[in-house]
Design a protein around this ligand. Structure first.
Ligand SMILES: NC(=O)c1ccc[n+]([C@@H]2O[C@H](COP(=O)([O-])OP(=O)(O)OC[C@H]3O[C@@H](n4cnc5c(N)ncnc54)[C@H](O)[C@@H]3O)[C@@H](O)[C@H]2O)c1
Length: 397
């Protein structure tokens, strides 16, 4: 058995069913898998991954393994499907370090473990693996890495604005318009609404929902919520985003002015502490709060828990927190990405496209990393174009 740290290996059969279902709906990856099994682009490569440990990621990992890769993976707090993790260890031979209830510190320790597995390529989400490599920049760990991918907006921001330079290229999947439009706008738009409805079972029509962050994800969420009859107010600190939201017909406002009317609040900025503990005085009693951004720190989560006098899980993924003033609020999925922690994440077909971009970028790195300059860079246009064409051929016919 490969090394692993997961919830329960006995959940493997349940995981198999989930992965079987996802696989049937991921034809673009299946076609890459057939090609990779002949060309073996990842022979002699170990790929260490940080991405949600769930069925669609398992199908992606199968694709990489068909191409000869050995794989170690960790997920994100709140989003791991324990049964899928069990299946990946038990039947696929993947080193998995992840479980659903892990907290942020445990997540970072798991990320350390996938780096200790000795990767030649890393595939990151939110920049956590790069962050850890940056902490140990002198160590040999990063010397064996020829290249990396980074999945999401938050990781791209960290790599470009906060983290040190690395001596290998990192291809940013989120730089493609294909990912931004298909996955962030449509995928997240649909799945966040799904996560809210599954966890709360509350009608959205007629409710005031404040969406904080009107980037690709926020646009999709705002549109889908409006489609269900919600009154959406958009808060964004970039003037152009405010203007766009206004022209799209949404009410625009500031956090301070918007919060008192909100029945629901959704954060999706990719930035820290957009909702702070001091904002709670402004909110209505019983407000429902959730986050769709990469991590729970969009809300000042530790202070929120510290200040709460009582907390109880009133439904799966719904926590009732009562402040000393007696005011209560409901937090979904402990502030983790609500679409993944309280739902199944983006629709399968959408991730078929997104993870195909990943697969082709990794194939490109495996053969041509030495031709690239070090540092963050965009996905080659040919890769984006061929993936979009594959999606058109599958979805449009
Ligand atoms: N849950 C998921 O499945 C999923 C999928 C893709 C991306 N993401 C994450 O969602 C987040 C947003 O991604 P995106 O692609 O929409 O990013 P984006 O950069 O397109 O948009 C972010 C928006 O937030 C605004 N913003 C930043 N700070 C703000 C603040 N303090 N107050 C108000 N507005 C603020 C920015 O002006 C921008 O318009 C990121 O963390 C990303 O990693 C989550």
């Amino acid at each position: 058995m490969v090394s692993h740290k997961i919830e329960n290996i006995k959940l493997s059969q349940k995981g198999k069913n989930r992965v079987d279902w996802a696989r049937q709906n991921m034809p673009i990856l299946q076609s890459l898998k057939r090609r990779f099994s002949k060309t073996l682009p990842f022979r002699e490569h170990k790929i260490s991954i940080c991405l949600h440990v769930e069925a669609k990621s398992a199908v992606w990992v199968e694709t990489l393994m068909a191409g000869g890769a050995e794989v170690a993976i960790t997920g994100s707090p709140g989003s791991t499907q324990d049964e899928t993790a069990a299946y990946m260890v038990d039947k696929m031979g993947v080193e998995v370090f992840s479980w659903r209830a892990e907290n942020y510190e445990e997540h970072m320790e798991n990320a350390r473990q996938v780096l200790k597995a000795g990767p030649t390529i890393i595939s990151d989400n939110g920049g956590d693996l790069h962050f850890l490599l940056g902490e140990n920049v002198d160590q040999t760990q990063s010397n064996s890495i020829i290249g990396a991918t980074e999945e999401t907006t938050s990781g791209a921001t960290r790599l470009r604005e906060e983290l040190p330079n690395f001596n290998f290229p990192t291809i940013i999947i989120n730089d493609t318009m294909a990912k931004r439009i298909v996955e962030n706008r449509y995928g997240v738009g649909i799945s966040v609404v799904d996560g809210i409805m599954r966890s709360t079972n509350i009608m959205l029509g007629g409710k005031t929902v404040v969406v904080i962050g009107y980037g690709y994800c926020g646009q999709g969420i705002a549109q889908r919520l409006r489609g269900l009859g919600a009154h959406v107010t958009v808060v964004d600190n970039t003037p152009l985003a405010q203007l766009e939201a206004h022209l799209e017909g949404f009410k625009t406002s500031t956090v301070e002015k918007a919060l008192p009317n909100a029945h629901f609040i959704v954060t999706v900025t990719g930035r820290y502490h957009v909702i702070q503990a001091r904002h709670f005085d402004l909110m209505r009693d019983g407000v429902i709060l959730c986050n769709a951004g990469q991590n729970q720190f969009e809300m000042e989560i530790d202070t929120i828990y510290d200040q709460a006098e009582r907390a109880r899980e009133i439904r799966p993924n719904v926590e009732e927190l009562i402040l000393p003033s007696g005011k209560k609020f409901f937090l979904l999925a402990r502030g983790n990405s609500v679409n993944l922690a309280a739902g199944d994440g983006n629709p399968i077909e959408i991730m078929d496209l997104g993870l195909s971009l990943q697969s082709l970028s990794l194939e490109f790195l495996a053969s041509r990393a030495d031709e690239l300059v070090p540092g963050p860079q965009t996905v080659p246009w040919e890769i984006e174009n061929s993936t979009v064409k594959a999606a058109i051929s599958e979805w449009v016919g």
